[in-house]
Design a protein around this ligand. Structure first.
Ligand code: SAM
Length: 431
């Protein structure tokens, strides 16, 4: 698997700094780059000619050519409308490469997680800790048919596409993908619809996601025409809307306006609504109860990554502290550690042989003033090295999340007298 033209790639600058770009063999902004499209980052410039056909995970070193300023120069020249075939070209576009900012990136295949971390925010988005839990509770899997509203910035859209197909474009080539599931996404903001449709095309997700420009409170969830359109036959629903209770009357087995139901008649439907206020949750619960939704429950995902480690002040060996202050150099640390190691070994051997003149710090009791005898002399119950030092724990500060209340419920599958009769025939003892 390697990076191919016209596919999305992730430039991993640092753990919390990702840049996504569609790889191009040509300069689509027409800036006059010879190298094809160039992505400029704070760690240097990357002509796409250096990013294409590379195995995913490759480390790519920044271009030595100052493509950024050359691009700007060429753009200016175009604006000035100067004939590029003229004798001035050499003067305006120096052939000698200019040293650029040095650095490197790792080239990674796109995933919903990296897209969520780098996407252009048009709205609040659902972050990975929430959508992972939501998709799990919605039982989303290859073959599921999901209704999503509103699409917003497309964060949840990308995660749900991966869940309902066998992988994500960069992970599985389209021919190997089982096109079983479907994501039907609804959004009433025209510009957001346009942007998400472009992104879906650029990311190779066409045909897997159907985005409909629609006010779902008014016109419901049929694809195409609001009255005559086709049913998504959804078995999972995610509503990230300001008033989910206004959309719920359309998500029933028999809509009151006589249109087809958007739900899968042959299975139970799992729903999740995402609301920041408890008042919104309460109104949604009331409507859910009235419409026959069961197993209603609410969850708030409070993911915190907690970093836990022991802080060692000085050096220790088998519980014997070598120094109560930080050593000044690596050499000093190694020398102290060696002394402590030798003393401890000697002490162990002496103790086994019944020799009580030896102490854990060597024979002298007034020796190395860096040695903390108090710790060693606490005796037989000394902590193991991994268990010593001050226990420190702190919350990782930079984890991005926008938490809301997640409301889950299930609508049982439709059950008719016909179904009951079939059931009686299958299990005659129930007659
Ligand atoms: N879940 C999205 C994501 O992860 O990127 C973010 C959704 S954003 C918070 C809510 C979206 O709902 C907005 O884009 C808004 O335009 C859309 N919306 C609000 N009311 C709507 C309605 N009646 N019909 C369709 N979309 C609606």
């Amino acid at each position: 698997r390697s990076s191919q033209p016209d596919t999305l790639a992730v430039l991993h600058l640092r753990r919390d700094q990702l840049v996504t770009t569609v790889l191009k063999t040509y300069d689509d902004e027409n800036l006059g780059y010879d190298e094809g499209k160039v992505t400029n980052t704070r760690f240097g410039s990357y002509p796409h000619s250096t990013l294409l056909d590379q195995p995913w995970g490759s480390q790519i070193v920044a271009s030595k050519v100052d493509t950024g300023s050359r691009g700007r120069r060429q753009q200016k020249r175009k604006a000035d409308d100067i004939d590029s075939s003229g004798a001035t070209e050499g003067a305006r576009t120096p052939k000698t490469p200019v040293a650029a900012a040095s650095g490197f990136i790792h080239l990674l295949p796109p995933t919903p997680e990296s897209w969520t971390a780098s996407l252009p925010h048009r709205t609040q988005v659902v972050y990975t800790p929430d959508y992972s839990y939501v998709l799990h509770r919605l039982r989303a899997r290859p073959g599921s048919r999901i209704i999503e509203a509103g699409a917003g910035s497309g964060s949840f859209t990308h995660a749900s596409v991966r869940a309902v197909f066998n992988g994500y474009p960069a992970e599985a080539p389209p021919t190997k993908r089982r096109r079983l599931g479907k994501v039907c996404s609804f959004e009433f903001h025209a510009q957001r619809v346009g942007r998400i449709q472009e992104e879906i095309k650029e990311h190779g997700l066409e045909g897997l996601v159907e985005v409909t420009h629609r006010d779902v409170y008014k016109d419901g969830f049929l694809v195409g025409d609001p009255k005559e359109g086709t049913s998504p036959k959804a078995n999972a629903i995610f509503l990230d809307l300001p008033a989910p209770w206004l959309a719920l009357p359309h998500l029933v087995r028999e809509p009151s306006n006589g249109t087809e139901s958007p739900l899968d008649p042959s299975s139970a439907v799992h729903i999740c609504t995402f609301s920041p206020c408890l008042e919104q949750v309460q109104r949604t619960i009331t409507t859910m109860r009235q419409l026959g939704w069961l197993n209603i429950s609410m969850v708030e995902v409070q993911q915190r990554r907690i970093e836990v480690h022991r802080e060692h002040i000085g050096l220790e060996y088998e519980g014997v502290r070598a120094a109560t202050v930080f050593p000044k150099s690596v050499e000093e640390s190694i020398a102290k550690l060696r002394t402590v190691e030798e003393n401890a070994k000697r002490y162990r051997v002496a103790t086994e042989q019944g020799d009580s003149t030896e102490t854990p710090h060597g024979q002298t009791t007034t020796g190395d003033d860096d040695t903390d005898k108090g710790v060693a002399d606490q005796g037989k119950q000394r902590p193991a090295p991994y268990n010593s030092g001050r226990l420190i724990h702190r919350t990782e500060p930079e984890i991005k999340t926008h938490t809301s209340y997640l409301l889950f419920a299930i609508l049982p599958r439709a059950w008719s007298e016909e179904d009951e009769e079939k059931c009686r025939q299958t299990w005659p003892s129930r007659k």
